[in-house]
Design a protein around this ligand. Structure first.
Ligand SMILES: Nc1ncnc2c1ncn2[C@@H]1O[C@H](COP(=O)(O)OP(=O)(O)OP(=O)(O)O)[C@@H](O)[C@H]1O
Length: 256
């Protein structure tokens, strides 16, 4: 199985000499959903944000592989090359990051632009094929009749569905999801993860998802990566994740 992403020696220090990520190695292939679990402050968001360079890595390689753009080291890119490479990585956010005043359709279409400033979505005219794909995605996320509604009129679950459709709109080689269900109730969380799993499989996109809910991680991920103190201390199948690992990852065992 070829890797979609190959991370070597990734270190991030927000403050010199105090690493938040400690020389991480991680290869992600086409195995569907990989869930990253670990206590608050252990560097899960930092890891995801280094991958798409919303955070600047201090050291290491972040190789994005395959796809039409070929192999690139995200850690080394800048300017136009970085903007193009970022378009190959979709991102789903905890707080959705929709443009509230724009319609659902415009939000989905803005995914096509990658990471250009969102206000530019106002100015864009989109090709017919993009509009068709946006409708297909809205259909796939169960919101076909909401295309013209403003994003701020939607529920949290509906917003996250739009966030997923927007991320897939750019036909990414890799999808990152940073706590995509933390703002949702338990039932909606399951529905959103169900949909994310199904669509990512249909589109053939590997997904890395940061998630606090271990039960949901075990239910939807094919692989679990457990982080603690900025290092990976478990990497395996959900069925192999035992209480002893959880105790190691989160500390203590009275909560288990
Ligand atoms: N922009 C920043 N500047 C300085 N320190 C930061 C910055 N962002 C994160 N940190 C610190 O880096 C560490 C890791 O934070 P990060 O958000 O990556 O953890 P996390 O595992 O995602 O936590 P959570 O599960 O609570 O979201 C924390 O100590 C945090 O305070």
């Amino acid at each position: 199985m070829s890797a979609a992403l190959d991370i070597r020696g990734l270190t991030k220090e927000y403050t010199a000499g105090k690493p938040v990520l400690r020389s991480l190695d991680l290869s992600i292939g086409a195995e569907g959903i990989t869930a990253i679990i670990g206590p608050s402050g252990t560097g899960k968001s930092t890891l995801l944000r280094c991958i798409n360079r919303l955070v600047e890595p201090t050291r290491g390689e972040i190789r994005l592989k395959g796809g039409v753009g070929g192999d690139v080291d995200m850690a080394k890119l800048s300017g136009r090359a970085l903007r193009l490479a970022r378009r190959r990585i979709g991102m789903v956010f905890q707080e959705y990051n929709l443009v509230e005043r724009l319609s659902v359709m415009e939000n989905v279409l803005s995914g096509r632009l990658g990471y250009v400033p969102l206000w530019r979505a106002w100015l864009r005219k989109y090709p017919e094929a993009d509009i068709e794909r946006a409708f297909q995605l809205l259909d796939a996320v169960g919101l076909p009749e909401h295309a013209t509604r403003r994003a701020d009129a939607l529920s949290g679950g509906q917003r996250q569905r739009v966030g997923i459709a927007r991320a897939l709109m750019q036909r990414p080689d890799l999808l990152l999801a940073d706590e995509p269900t933390s703002s949702l109730d338990p039932r909606t969380s399951v529905e959103v993860l169900e949909m994310l799993t199904r669509l990512a499989a249909a589109e053939g996109v590997p997904v890395i998802i940061n998630i606090h809910n271990v039960a949901l991680a075990k239910r939807y991920a094919r692989r679990i990566v457990g982080m603690s103190g900025g290092s990976i201390i478990f990497d395996g199948k959900p069925e192999d994740l035992q209480d002893s690992h959880l105790s190691q990852i989160y500390g203590g065992e009275d909560w288990l």
